[in-house]
Ligand binder design. Structure first.
Ligand code: SF4
Length: 210
């Protein structure tokens, strides 16, 4: 059984899949409490539903028809052991499955077919000390790393991180922390420093979708 905050159909907002229709499962509960968190309703299991994997799949079948892109997000999905059963079931059903994870939890057991979108927490989140560097061993070329940047310090941290670590994917996203830095300011920094990273824009927010 899994604690589920929400199941919905929307546009994927901020990865190399941005713009595609996607079915979302937002799991409840998180082991962090980032300063800029915009999913506070999913930080605890309060107000969540407890559903089995087959109940979740049934709900997914009712939305988005033939779309076969699904994202498991949170909260932090990997704090619930039963999420691995959901991965397996969605893979069996031929979904391309994206996992949004906060980067603090070991990724070793996540199946290879899952596209991992892994946060690297910058200092202004309050949780950069929770980055699990061992996870870099489990990142492949199909996975993505995401930095949410709200300050000059965060930007310097992200640049140093890329310089000082062996990163096995070219899919790197820099997103401005909403209300702390504008996307335009971040874009200008990326251009100035000629960084080969993708500027993440939260498409779903611009479109005022879930
Ligand atoms: S890891 Fe994600 S869900 Fe958890 S507190 Fe941070 S931003 Fe919110």
């Amino acid at each position: 059984m899994l604690f589920v905050n929400d199941i919905f159909y929307s546009i994927q907002g901020e990865s190399s899949f941005a713009g595609y229709p996607c079915k979302f499962v937002r799991l409840a509960g998180c082991n962090l409490k980032c300063s800029y968190c915009d999913t506070e309703e999913a930080l605890t299991t309060e107000n969540s539903r407890k559903l089995s994997v087959s109940e979740i799949v049934n709900d997914l079948n009712k939305i988005g028809g033939k779309i076969r892109l699904a994202e498991i997000t949170g909260g932090e999905p990997l704090i619930q052991e039963a999420v691995y059963g959901l991965f397996d079931e969605l893979i069996k059903l031929n979904y391309t499955v994206l996992l949004e994870t906060n980067g603090s939890i070991d990724l070793k057991s996540v199946p290879e077919k899952i596209v991992k979108i892994v946060d690297i927490k910058c200092p202004s989140s309050g949780f950069s000390h929770k980055n699990n560097y061992k996870n870099l061993d489990y990142i492949t070329a199909t996975d993505e790393l995401k930095f949410v940047i709200g300050t000059e310090d965060d930007y310097a941290f992200a640049k140093d991180f890329l310089k000082n670590n062996l990163i096995k994917t070219s899919k790197i996203i820099f997103s401005a922390a909403f209300a702390a830095m504008s996307s335009k300011d971040l874009a200008l920094k990326i251009l100035r420093d000629e960084l080969n990273v993708r500027l993440g824009i939260q498409l779903h927010k611009i479109l005022q979708l879930k």
